[in-house]
Design a protein. Structure first.
Length: 499
RNA sequence: GGGCCGGUAGCUCAGUGGUAGAGCACGUGACUUUUAAUCAUGUGGUCGAGGGUUCGAUCCCCUCCCGGCCCA
């Protein structure tokens, strides 16, 4: 029999013995007066004399993560998933049945204790236990107490084990929760209305990506998991919701990497009457505020870097930055104007060893040159602005330059965190953009945007001048929690089944 | 999809073409202030899966599975 099976059998025998004591082995509730965290947070600095003087009585509970057992006494370490607290049990302070129960406990079991706070000889805050309650059994041995669980595959597949033994994992998801809460507060306090729009859409629009496909049986209808909520949120702006946002999941049927999970969480917000310049300033304010509220500072480590999330962020014009870096790399003068010419841009890309698709125009080539040359240099917050119209089918053109749209992407930590633009609200121009996308689709571009007649119809009712932005929540949390893989900020990242 | 790396006890990891190792965990005994408790002692293995080479494979070769990192 395997070691694990032996240990499970022993634990089951202990459970049976506990039941034989007349103890309820799966009780329905346990009324605590404090969580372990509350006790630690409140009394961690309180001296032993003060604890004796006030005699703090408590009832608390947690999972046993440490056992130091003596002949007629024991220390248990209880965890509430966030903090750990030592409790002290001794035979002469317990009723006989509680002492019998103590001897049948295993690492990982859930228990409740009643007692008062004190400090041990070594000055550790502890509970002097006068009553012990069994709450639930751990039938399987836990990972090792000192090294914890480091096998990343097991950490992702059995996240609960990661959470039990690795306190840092819990902290990452606390940062995530505070990040989302801070964003909600920031937006709602500025008059934005939170909404929910369809996750299943008849046309997967609002971004350039391959969708997941599903089917509705009763309506006998193909549906796509959304790749973005954008077109629905703008319909709401047509309807008069002048400030609106959604925080929810998007799904993209593409590769998995340290920065991509097939489902990921996005904030999108739309703000009537403003343009992308206003959004840049707003984004600086939003992100620095969220950082301070989520982690207490707007300057934080990310890998080997220290990121300063404080206004003003650096600003780079896409074609100018691409041209400047290409000039430096190639040792010859490349101008932004050259990147507007298809043949010249393709020549620059070829010289740089960047592959160009046959269907790509100058705008797409310029964008690919920029990404290839700059992406991993964009550690500090940087707005990359003025994208080519060709790669931006939903953005509004600059009044003075129809080949360029009022759009920016925000890069931090070497990857894209936000994407924003002045929204295209001319329905006729939108139709032309969709038609151009359809040409790309006809040439095999699986990410080209589909025609959406219903959306154009909504635009025909009139979308006011509007600025809109999407912010990748997972990537923002990666930055704020110093996590180098998106899988470390998603509780249950997609994994292939093991069998 | 390509390249590189990994998969050995519940966990963290060594290791070798010839009986499979350590620490933690677990069992037993001792111990009423320890904290990676200690001391003594013992149990525990589909060496990711399949095939091949070999007298003999966890080790060498091939295929596959799972994961990580990088690239596209």
């Amino acid at each position: 029999m395997s070691n694990e099976a032996v240990q499970t059998e022993q634990r089951r025998a202990n459970l049976a013995a506990i039941q034989a004591l007349g103890v309820e082995i799966y009780p329905h509730e346990f009324a605590t007066t404090h969580t372990v965290s509350a006790l630690v947070d409140t009394y961690d600095e309180t001296p032993g004399e003060a604890l004796e003087a006030t005699r703090v009585e408590t009832v608390t509970a947690g999972r046993i993560l440490g056992v130091r057992s003596f002949g007629k006494a024991a220390f248990l370490v209880l965890s509430d998933g966030r903090q750990r607290l030592q409790v002290y049990l001794r035979k002469d302070a317990l009723e006989a049945r509680d002492y019998d129960l103590l001897r049948l406990l295993d690492m990982g079991d859930w228990v409740g204790v009643r007692g008062h706070l004190f400090r041990t000889k070594t000055n550790e805050l502890s509970v002097w236990v006068s009553g012990l309650t069994f709450l639930s059994k751990c039938l399987v041995p836990l990972p090792e107490k000192w090294h914890g669980l480091s096998d990343v595959e097991t950490r992702y597949r059995q996240r609960y084990l990661d959470l039990v033994v690795n306190p840092d994992t819990r902290r990452v998801f606390e940062v995530r929760s505070r990040t989302v809460a801070a964003i909600r507060t920031f937006l709602t306090s500025r008059g934005f209305l939170e909404v929910e729009t369809p996750m299943m859409q008849p046309i997967a629009g609002g971004a350039l990506a391959r969708p997941f496909v599903t089917h509705h049986n009763a309506l006998d209808m193909t549906l796509f998991l959304r790749i973005a909520p954008e077109l629905y949120l703008k319909r709401l702006t047509v309807g008069g919701m002048e400030r609106v946002f959604e925080i929810n999941r998007n799904f993209r049927n593409e590769g998995i990497s340290t920065q991509h999970n097939p489902e990921f969480t996005m904030l999108e917000f739309y703000w009537a009457y403003v343009n992308y310049q206003t959004l840049m300033a707003f984004t600086e304010d939003l992100l620095s505020t969220v950082a301070r509220e989520a982690i207490g500072t707007d300057e934080f480590p990310f890998g080997e870097h220290t990121i300063t999330m404080r206004a003003p962020f650096r600003r780079l014009s896409l074609r100018e930055a691409a041209a400047a870096e290409a000039s430096r790399k190639l040792g010859q003068t490349i101008t932004a104007a050259m990147l507007r010419d298809r043949d010249a841009a393709a020549g620059v890309a070829a010289a740089l060893g960047i592959e160009v698709h046959a269907g790509s125009g100058a705008g797409r080539i310029a964008t690919e040159i920029f990404e290839a040359l700059w992406e991993d240099q964009l550690m500090q917050p940087t707005f990359v602005y003025d994208f080519p119209t060709e790669v931006s089918p939903l953005s509004k053109q600059r009044a003075d330059d129809p080949d360029t749209v009022e759009r920016f992407e925000l890069y931090i930590g070497g990857f894209e965190v936000a994407n924003a633009f002045s929204e295209l609200n001319d329905p006729d121009e939108q139709r032309r953009r969709f038609e151009h996308q359809l040409q790309g689709r006809a040439h095999g571009d699986l990410e080209a945007h589909a025609m959406d007649e219903d959306y154009i119809r909504a635009l025909e009712y009139g979308l006011p001048p509007t600025g809109g932005e999407g912010i990748g929540i997972d990537r923002l949390v990666m930055l704020l929690s110093n996590s180098l893989s998106i899988r470390d900020v998603i509780l249950f990242p997609l994994m292939r089944p093991r069998d």
